[in-house]
Design a protein around this ligand. Structure first.
Ligand code: ADP
Ligand code: ZN
Length: 608
């Protein structure tokens, strides 16, 4: 039987080693195979690649994939080759001879898939090349890049409507993990996909555990997270500034954690080298600004940590979405405090652009803060933000350890009054420290100097601890009732707080909470996968074998086998090649390349 005659289900099994389709994959593939156009909105890790790779293998001709990141095409091609798929890419990293060879292979019809950068595709000579042979479909990956609404806009994507004009009979599929309806509308219009069928999946990522804790000492909290829950595992730590990526990375290294910094200030070669190391090796922690991450296809990132507050829920969800693409348990963890709120508000007030623009930024930040201060399920809130209704998830910190609410109406009134009195009666504005000292009646040189003791608010809040007051302060600032002004972190009261001062609204706040751990017993992912001791031992041996095998052949470890496949092998413990072939993630080519060694490891046979 030739490749052209296989059904999608056969390709899924023989090439990818999977026994069933996920979510809407089957429908999408069917639709493309029969020549239809499709727009696919699916979360990261949902399995978008198969949606175009399988039709490209089933339909006659070569599938052309438009992908925005040159650096990642190579990894995708390497992974496909390891599955026995004939794939190649054309981009500016190739020498003229290499490019020539790829073009020749394409012309002769030898390729299943060809990856192209958008700027290359729209060139007349590329379009002519594509006209010289049969194209089975066009896949436009990261299709939200055509949308000016989003933050990944690429001018070159605007030229992609040419595909429809030049190749009206070739099916097109546009794919993105961006959930925002505005981006969806815009990409549909700009790519002329009005006639296409739209497949919109749920954006839930049930395997990711969302947790947001109060920032006390972020470096220590981060080390605790990594050592207790993700030792030796790959993760991404997001920081706001270049400097703090360096500082956090240094600190992690001092603590014996394999970490590197990544930001746009590093020379290009250094960035590429670090990214390659992160992708290729097991268990590297990347401490990065948001310059890092788009198109990172690494399936086994086990945690994403935010040590600074993201600017929007969209950004937060996209960044955390880089964890757990393989569907195995992963953690999205964040610490945040009053300082973050102040810093973000200041950035907005100083930002360039129209008042309208600043208002937009504020709105984004407010939604992010509402998520941080939420007393109910985080996932429910996130999904609601993207227009999806759901129940409490049972796998976020507020579901696992419901925060205790307390009636903070009086405390908030005291805080607001203290700020107002200091301003009205002394003409002074202060930062949190002095305001809290006044509330608690704690003497200091500044109170003496300005005779704060004679204020009516002096010591009225002595019942609450300093930590409790900080928590109240953070929450009133998150709600916009107290506003940082100027450069020195001093506060004033906003008009929106009037109803609170007049006692017209009751204020419920969360009690301050320490860092919450996942579940007490979990240490490292193996526990979380619920492996028995015996399975765990095999899993670890397979990981060690994978490490040397990957290094020997110069490919990322997950290209040999992703964690999910190793875990399935450790559970099934196949005693023969035939049994191994039945395990999820083991296709024909991998069986041929590694089958004997893997069975030997599982059965404990003497390899020598
Ligand atoms: P996306 O591009 O949507 O982020 P990928 O295409 O990278 O997601 O798929 C995520 C992971 O899920 C990959 O490791 C992929 O091999 C795996 N996967 C995809 N489809 C299936 C399936 N039907 N059965 C099992 N695993 C799958
Ligand atoms: Zn929840």
């Amino acid at each position: 039987m030739t490749a052209e005659q296989r059904t999608p289900a056969e390709v899924l099994d023989s090439v990818f080693g999977y026994s069933s389709f996920r979510g809407q994959q089957e429908e999408i593939i069917e639709h493309l195979c029969t020549g239809g156009d499709a727009v696919v909105l699916m979360p990261t890790g949902g399995g978008k690649s198969l949606c175009y790779q399988i039709p490209a293998l089933v339909r006659p001709g070569t599938g052309v994939v438009i992908s925005p990141l040159i650096a990642l095409m190579e990894d995708q091609v390497v992974a496909l080759e390891a599955l026995g798929v004939k794939a190649a890419y054309l981009n500016s990293s190739l020498s003229p001879e290499e490019a020539h060879e790829v073009q020749a292979r394409f012309r002769s019809g030898a390729l299943d898939l060809l990856y192209l950068a958008p700027e290359r595709l729209v060139q007349e000579r590329t379009l002519r090349l594509l006209e010289q042979t049969e194209v089975s479909l066009f896949a436009i990956d990261e299709a939200h890049c055509v949308s000016q609404w989003g933050h990944d806009f690429r001018t070159d994507y605007l030229g992609l409507s040419v595909l429809h004009e030049r190749f009206p009979t070739v099916p097109r599929v546009a794919l993105t993990a961006t959930a925002a309806p505005a981006a969806h509308d815009e990409l549909t219009r700009r790519l002329a996909m009005g006639e296409a069928r739209h497949f919109v999946s749920s954006f839930d990522r049930p395997n990711i555990q969302y947790r947001i804790a109060e920032k006390t000492s972020p470096r220590r909290q981060l080390v605790e997270l990594i050592k207790d829950e993700h030792p030796g595992e790959a993760g991404i730590v997001y920081c706001l500034s270049r400097k703090s990526t360096e500082q956090f990375a240094d600190y992690l290294c001092e603590q014996g954690i394999d970490a590197m910094a990544y930001h746009a200030g590093l020379p290009q070669e250094e960035r590429s080298a670090r990214q390659a190391r992160f992708l290729r090796e097991d268990g590297v922690v990347m401490v990065a600004t948001i310059a890092f991450g788009m198109g990172i296809d690494k399936p086994d990132v086990r945690f994403v940590a935010h040590v600074d507050l993201p600017k929007s829920v969209e950004g937060y969800y996209q960044e955390t979405g880089r964890a757990g693409r393989d569907g195995l348990p992963a953690t999205a963890w964040m610490v945040y405090g009053l300082g973050d709120v102040v810093a973000q508000r200041r950035l907005i007030s100083q930002s360039e652009g129209s008042p309208q623009h600043r208002q937009n930024l504020s709105r984004h930040l407010d939604s992010m803060l509402a998520l941080c201060e939420s007393l109910t399920c985080r996932r429910q809130q996130i999904l609601q933000y993207f227009g999806e209704e759901s129940g409490p998830c049972g796998n976020c910190d507020t579901c696992l350890h419901p925060p205790q609410a307390w009636d903070a109406t009086v405390a908030v009134q005291m805080l607001l009054s203290a700020i107002i009195r200091l301003e009205r009666e002394r003409g002074q504005r202060f930062g949190t420290g002095q305001i809290i000292d006044v509330l608690r009646g704690k003497n200091n040189p500044r109170s003496d100097e300005s005779d704060h003791k004679s204020l009516s608010v002096w010591g009225i809040g002595a019942d609450l601890s300093e930590a409790q007051w900080r928590s109240v302060f953070r929450q009133t600032t998150a709600r916009g009732w107290t506003v940082p002004v100027g450069e020195y972190g001093v506060f004033m009261v906003d008009a929106s707080a009037d109803p609170v001062l007049r006692g017209e609204v009751r204020v419920e706040l969360a009690k301050p909470k320490r860092q919450t751990k996942a579940s007490s017993a979990s240490s490292g992912s193996v526990r979380k996968y619920h492996l028995t001791e015996d399975q765990e031992e095999i899993f670890n041996r397979l990981r060690a074998w994978r490490k040397t095998t990957a290094a020997d052949s110069g490919v990322p470890a997950y290209v040999v086998f992703p964690d999910a496949a190793l875990m399935h092998i450790a559970i099934a413990q196949p005693q023969s090649l035939a049994a191994l072939r039945k395990v999820s993630g083991v296709g024909d080519k991998k069986l041929e390349a590694y089958g004997t060694e893997v069975v030997e490891i599982v059965t404990g046979a003497d390899v020598g």
